[in-house]
Design a protein around this ligand. Structure first.
Ligand SMILES: NC(=O)c1ccc[n+]([C@@H]2O[C@H](COP(=O)([O-])OP(=O)(O)OC[C@H]3O[C@@H](n4cnc5c(N)ncnc54)[C@H](OP(=O)(O)O)[C@@H]3O)[C@@H](O)[C@H]2O)c1
Length: 249
């Protein structure tokens, strides 16, 4: 029960890792607030985890991010942890990446993370909350990724944003870190934006190419986020934790 009486907000709650995060934090006693895009899936996970708040407002808009953060605070009286997990992928090399896809990826993978973090930090500072933010980046942030220039560039930006925010906020007692997952068993690595292959093929590729010889279970990514968001990592800020079965090693 590491998050008893802690208010935890999670974005991308309608997706694979987001749903596992909602269950993981709920299991550890957190009061949870969820933000998703798909209404049905967001409502369902909110119902199943007893979330006190859920929203499907578009988080790529700065004013919506402010409203969501304010609403959660006004409802619960705090905001202790923010997990920026929502994200999207686009498949295309440098010439095959059109403006709209490039901008769309920056909107969700970078701008939404910045807007929500900024509003959360503003509020944490104002109310002297020793809060915590975890950004869900990717191991694509840590080395080049052929055919995924927009995704790798945006996730690289998240890692650098994490370092800068951590330095800006260290004296406030607010810690900010990023996790960098590798292939994780959700819809994302099988989508047309990643590699449109069957699940069997994906699992076989992971067996052959990942040092630990398998894909990650979303629960394994969640455990790394619970660690970074909890007092177990009380002296850790501004870092990136690879959760990729040894791929970047
Ligand atoms: N799975 C992997 O192999 C892997 C590896 C490294 C990093 N990651 C990162 O892990 C995070 C979670 O991914 P996942 O694996 O759980 O994938 P997922 O199942 O596809 O979930 C992605 C989540 O992000 C939301 N989202 C996407 N675009 C959005 C937008 N424009 N506005 C608002 N919400 C948006 C989705 O909403 P809807 O579903 O409601 O549309 C969904 O809730 C992402 O940041 C991803 O980049 C995943």
């Amino acid at each position: 029960m590491r998050f008893l009486r802690k208010v935890v907000m999670i974005t991308g709650a309608s997706g694979g890792i987001g749903q596992a995060l909602a269950k993981g934090f709920a299991r550890e006693g957190a009061t949870i607030a969820l933000v998703g895009r798909n209404k049905e899936r967001t409502e369902e996970i909110a119902r199943r985890t007893g979330a006190v708040y859920h929203s499907t407002l578009e988080i790529t808009k700065s004013e919506n991010c402010k409203k969501i953060i304010d609403d959660v605070f006004n409802l619960t009286g705090s905001l202790d942890v923010l997990v920026n997990n929502a994200g999207a992928m686009f498949r295309g090399d440098v010439v095959d990446t059109p403006d709209d896809e490039w901008l769309k990826l920056f909107d969700i993978n970078v701008h939404a993370v910045f807007y929500l973090s900024r509003e959360a930090i503003r509020l944490m500072r104002e109310h002297k909350i020793a809060g915590n933010i975890v950004q869900v980046a990717s191991n694509s942030a840590l080395s080049g990724r052929k055919g995924h220039i927009a995704y790798a560039t945006t996730k690289g930006a998240v890692v650098q944003m994490t370092r800068c925010m951590a330095l800006d906020c260290a004296s406030d007692g607010i810690r900010i870190n990023a996790v960098c997952p590798g292939a994780t068993d959700t819809a994302m690595p099988m989508s047309k934006h990643s590699a449109p292959i069957s699940r069997e093929r994906l699992l076989e590729n992971c067996r052959q190419s990942i040092p630990l010889q398998r894909i990650a279970d979303p629960e394994e990514v969640v455990r790394s986020i619970l660690f970074l968001a909890s007092e177990d990592s009380s002296y850790v800020t501004g870092t990136t934790l690879s959760v990729d079965g040894g791929t970047t090693a």
